[in-house]
Each structure stands twice: as structure tokens, then as C-alpha cells.
Design a protein around this ligand. Structure first.
Ligand SMILES: [Zn+2]
Length: 339
């Protein structure tokens, strides 16, 4: 455990076999009250470290809350263990509700994800849920939680936090801003060295990339001296990193637009297989299955962004498969920069 500032602590836990490598779990403590931010995967080793962290902080269940930034299993995996310990969970309405839906492997979320893979152009059996880390490490039982909404304020001892809308990475990701100390606990919103994954959320959120960019711009205007992310190092040059992330997505959008230019119509898998990926395999066929899944989600988020700005259009055929193509306006685009 490391004390970052008076009353703010961090425990770094390993995420074995995951490209994210490690996870930052934060603790805020003041006047006998404790808040923990996120949990790590539901894995024995992480569970031990998580509860050792609570013990070192001498946190007591009746005065400790767990703030879950979003529904990904590296953030909420130990939700049930925390509730059994006796603490109270706080999270957003959208991600709280969707986490409960994700408990059931035959529930509407996983059914949608499997159906969507077919509509993206994958063949039956090409993607298997058991290859999906979000499925493997998810909370396996429903858990009670209290809802916070963006704009809400709440205290932990003499800290006062405001809940910040960070939707885009997930439908209801939320951050915590301390205006007095000018710090932001940002979940997976802005990360150093790695680009937060922005995926397609179908019925759960429209134009996720558009929402993400809008929220990046909002954070850019806030006074933040230190951003505490859920993975990797603290960020102090926040505007510089936000500009880099927007440039990354501008280049990605332009790449997708160029791919659409080559053919009359393209499926999501067509587009994903022809995008450039930072991965040590040559051919699309050799991608690990879970990586294909993420790649397709990311490709479709970019396609939906192009659709929202009328550069592309989408249609489905009689089997439900999505086809994307450029609009006359999109065909004329020779430069793309997100503001
Ligand atoms: Zn995440």
C-alpha cells in the first residue's frame, strides 16, 4: 500500500495473463470513514490482496463504501465478497443494473452479445463466450447497490466528491472529482500508454465513441492537477493525454473510412480484419478469439461514429447481418480530426 496524499491510498494488484497487467485499487479515508474504489477480478490472489488492503486501512464494514466505477470484471469482480464482508456498494444506475443482467449466462446481455457476433459477420461457433474474459471473471451472483447519478455530491469524512459522467467506455461509467484537491479518480477514462477500449454497445448505448469524446472534452475543461487512473501511472498532463487519445481515434476513424471506400458494402468483421492492430500475429485468422471479439466491437464503435456524423450508413440484410457503406458526403472526406 502506498499513501499518495493525506488520506488517499493505492494498492496495485496484478491482473495475470491480461494485457492490462495491473489494476489500481484506491482507498480514501477521513474521520473514520472509508471509501474503496473498484476491486479487481474475482480471483483468489486478488481477493487476498483486496482484503489485506481493507485490513491495513483498518476499515470497518459499517463505515466503508465500495465505489464501483463501471461494470467490467476487473472493477467489480469482488462485489459479492465485499457485500458478504458487510460494506455498502455504490455505482451508477446503468452499470449497476447491467452487472446484475450479466450474472446469468443465458440472460439478455450475453444473448445479445452472441447474436451481435453473428450480425457482425462471424460464422456460427467462431466466437465462444468462454473465451471472453468479461464473461469468465464476472460476478456470479446479483449484489445490492446504491445508485449515484452524475452531478451527485457525497462526502467521505472531510472529502467531498462529485460524480462525473464518463459514459462511453461502458454505458454508465462514473468518475469522482474532488474540486478542493483538484483530483479525479477516472476509472478507465484516460489511461497512460494504453488506449481505453471503446466498444459497440448495441441497445445499451448509442454512439459510444461519440459519448466518450464528449466526456473527454468535458474533463479537459475541468481543473484537474492529478488524474488517478485504474491502470498504469498517474496522469498530470491531462490535456496532452486527452489530445493524444482524440488523435488516436481520429486516425482510427479515417482508417475505417478508407476501408469502407474500397468496397460497396462491408460487414463489421470485414472492417475489423482489415484494420491495423498492435498484436503479434500476422493474419486475422490467427487472432486469439477474445481479441477478435474486442476488435470487432471497436471497429463497430468507429463505424457507428461515422454513421452519427453522416459519413457512413448502415443496413441489415434478411439474416440480420450489418452492412456499412459510405454516404456521398463520406466519399468526399479527405481528412478527419475530432475536435
Ligand atoms: Zn473497463
Amino acid at each position: 500500500m502506498e499513501e499518495l496524499q493525506r488520506g488517499i491510498y493505492r494498492e496495485v494488484v496484478p491482473l495475470k495473463g491480461n494485457p492490462l497487467k495491473t489494476m489500481n485499487i484506491y482507498g480514501v479515508q477521513s474521520l473514520g470513514e472509508t471509501m474503496i474504489i473498484d476491486t479487481g477480478f474475482d480471483q483468489e490472489e486478488i481477493k487476498e490482496e483486496f482484503f489485506k488492503f481493507l485490513e491495513t486501512l483498518r476499515a470497518r464494514p459499517q463505515s466503508t463504501i465500495l465505489f464501483i466505477t463501471h461494470l467490467h470484471s476487473d472493477h467489480n469482480g469482488l462485489a459479492n465478497a465485499f457485500v458478504e464482508w458487510g460494506g455498502q456498494i455504490v455505482t451508477s444506475k446503468e452499470d449497476g443494473a447491467l452487472s446484475q443482467e450479466m450474472v446469468d449466462s443465458d440472460g439478455s446481455y450475453w444473448t445479445w452479445l452472441k447474436t451481435n457476433a453473428k450480425y457482425q459477420g462471424f460464422k456460427p461457433g467462431e466466437l465462444d463466450l468462454n473465451d471472453h474474459p468479461g464473461f469468465k471473471y464476472r460476478p456470479k451472483a446479483a449484489f445490492p447497490f446504491k445508485v449515484v447519478e452524475p452531478g451527485d455530491k457525497f462526502g467521505v469524512g472531510d472529502f467531498e466528491f462529485q460524480v462525473i459522467d464518463e459514459s462511453g467506455h461502458t454505458p454508465g461509467m462514473v468518475g469522482l472529482y474532488d474540486e478542493k484537491r483538484k483530483i479525479l479518480f477516472a476509472g478507465d477514462m484516460v489511461l497512460d500508454e494504453i488506449t481505453p477500449n471503446i466498444s459497440f454497445w448495441g441497445p445499451y448505448m448509442d454512439n459510444s465513441l461519440g459519448a466518450y469524446i464528449e466526456n473527454l472534452n468535458k474533463i479537459d475543461k475541468m481543473e484537474v492537477d492529478i488524474l488517478y487512473p485504474s491502470h498504469r501511472k498517474d496522469i498530470t498532463d491531462i490535456s496532452v493525454r486527452i489530445r493524444e487519445l482524440k488523435d488516436h481515434h481520429s486516425a482510427r476513424l479515417y482508417e475505417v473510412l478508407q476501408i469502407l471506400r474500397d468496397r460497396d458494402t462491408s460487414t463489421v468483421e470485414d472492417v475489423a480484419s482489415r484494420m491495423h492492430w498492435d498484436i503479434d500475429v500476422e493474419a486475422w485468422e490467427d487472432f486469439p478469439k477474445s481479441q477478435k471479439w474486442f476488435a470487432a466491437g471497436e471497429a463497430q464503435a468507429h463505424l457507428e461514429f461515422l454513421r452519427a456524423v453522416y459519413y457512413a450508413e448502415g443496413a441489415t440484410d434478411d439474416r440480420g447481418i450489418y452492412y456499412y457503406f459510405l454516404t456521398p458526403r463520406g466519399k468526399k472526406v479527405d481528412k478527419l480530426e475530432i475536435k
